[in-house]
Design a protein around this ligand. Structure first.
Ligand SMILES: Cc1cc2nc3c(=O)[nH]c(=O)nc-3n(C[C@H](O)[C@H](O)[C@H](O)COP(=O)(O)O)c2cc1C
Length: 185
């Protein structure tokens, strides 16, 4: 696959098939993706991951955050609602420093964003899909505590990682003529 092909053909995967992704695979994806450019070589990122066979602890955490009244739910209905959290094969929560200086903070967010896209492209080459998600609970103190996120850090992404059976259709992009003007013309 050429880089061009991978960039164009990658899709955000939101429906996974439940096959687990091994920890070593996630570590390799992050290790390679960390070659993303980043100003001052600050490498402004760290990760909390779950992978492999038993990910029940993170499923429990997500259930408690998303369905605080889960005890009142009918178990099968709850399990169905939870599938969007239980079917991904692994998770990477991406944590960046919140630099007090605005320029550095933006640079760090941009650099971590490039790392995440690198991960998505590298995974795609291996048949592993991902979706960068930003649910509201990323800023929830209970969630931050569970992940040991420190003051001055922010969780910018829940990256769901996994295998999938169905390829979602591409969401069309604007024509380049709509988004580019040539200076002076
Ligand atoms: C910063 C960021 C946040 C996103 N948050 C969510 C999200 O919370 N839930 C979701 O379903 N998709 C989320 N996405 C994925 C987008 O919906 C997806 O990239 C977009 O629909 C284009 O689809 P494609 O990646 O297949 O081209 C996010 C993407 C980015 C870059």
């Amino acid at each position: 696959m050429s880089i061009r092909q991978t960039i164009i053909e990658r899709r955000s995967i939101k429906q996974f098939n439940g096959k687990k992704v091994e920890k070593e695979t996630v570590l390799r994806l992050i290790e390679d993706a960390a070659w993303a450019p980043n100003h001052g070589n600050r490498e402004p990122w760290r990760f909390v991951i779950t992978a492999g066979e038993d990910q029940s602890a993170v499923h429990t955490l997500l259930r408690d955050l998303v369905f605080p009244n889960w005890q009142t739910e009918e178990p099968d209905a709850l399990a169905k609602k939870m599938e969007k959290f239980t079917l991904p094969g692994a998770y990477a929560f991406v944590i960046v420093p919140e630099d007090a200086r605005q320029k550095e903070r933006l640079e760090d967010y941009a650099a971590a964003s490039m790392l995440i896209q690198n991960m998505q492209l590298l995974g795609w080459e291996d048949g592993i899909g991902m979706c960068w998600k930003t649910p509201g609970f990323l800023d929830n103190p209970k969630f931050r505590t569970a992940l040991n996120v420190q003051n001055g850090e922010r969780v910018i992404a829940m990256v769901q990682i996994g295998y999938f059976d169905q390829m979602p259709p591409a969401k069309p992009r604007k024509d380049v003529a709509q988004i580019v003007s040539v200076f002076g013309e």
